[in-house]
Design a protein around this ligand. Sequence first.
Ligand code: FPP
Length: 248
Amino acid sequence: MPHSASATEPPLADPPRGIRAAIIMDGNGRWATAHGVNITDGHRAGGDALHDVTEAALDLGVSELTVYGFSTENWRRDPDEIAGIMQLFIELVDREAPIMLERGARMTFMGRREVLGEEICERMRWAEELTAGGTNMTLCIAFNYGGRAEIIDAVRAAVAAGIDPAVIDEDDVSRHLYRPELGAPDVIIRTAGEQRTSNFLVWQGAYAEFVFADTLWPDFGKPELHAALVEYARRERRFGGRTSEVVS
Ligand code: FPP
C-alpha cells in the first residue's frame, strides 16, 4: 500500500532540493460541500492553496512544479462551474505572475490553448513573458490539458516538422511535447484520497513515483507538501533496471 502523506506525522527532515514535482489538485468540490459554500468558492479556496503550495515549493527547493488546473475532460462539468474556473484562472495569473517575478521563478502553461479564447491566451503570454528570466523554479499550470491529447499533438508536430512517421522515436515525441524544456516529474502527488492518474502527464509520468494524500486540495499546504516530498525521497527508484539510474 502506498504511504499517505499527512500533516499529523512527526517533524521531518528537509527533502532533497531540485525535485521535479507535479500535483493533481483534487477535492475542491468536497471541500465546498463540507464548508457549505458553492463550487466556485471551493475552487477559489483551491487557488489560494495553489499560492501557498507554490511558495512552499520555492522554499523547499523544488525545481519544477506542474499542477493540473483544468483537464480536457473538465468541459463536461456544469457551464457555471467552468465559467467560474476560467475567471479564477485569469485572477490567479494576474495575482501570481508578479509574485513569481519577485521570487525569480518562471510561470508557464501546458495544454491546448486556442479553444480557451483570446483573453486567457493573452494572459498566458503576458505571464510567460513577464517571468521568462526566472531560474529559481518553474511553475507550470496544465490548463485544458490532457495527456493523451498531448501525445497526439506531439506526434502530429513531429510529422509536421518533417520527421518520417516510420522512424519517429521516443526522443522525437519528447521534443514535441507542450513543454519539452521541462523534465519528467520525479513525483506526482494526488490529493483528496483518489488513486488514479486521470490523464495527467501520461508520457512524462511513465517512471514517476506517486504519493497519495487524503487531504482535500484547499487544505493542502506546506506541511503536506513537505511530507509528500519526504515520502518520495524514501523511495528507491530503479527505472525498470536493477540499480538506480537517472532517466529524464
Ligand atoms: C478538482 O477538484 C479541481 C479542479 C477540477 C480544478 C482545479 C482548480 C483549482 C485548484 C482552482 C484554481 C486554479 C486554477 C489554475 C484555476 P474537484 O472539483 O474535482 O473536487 P471533487 O473531486 O471533490 O469534486
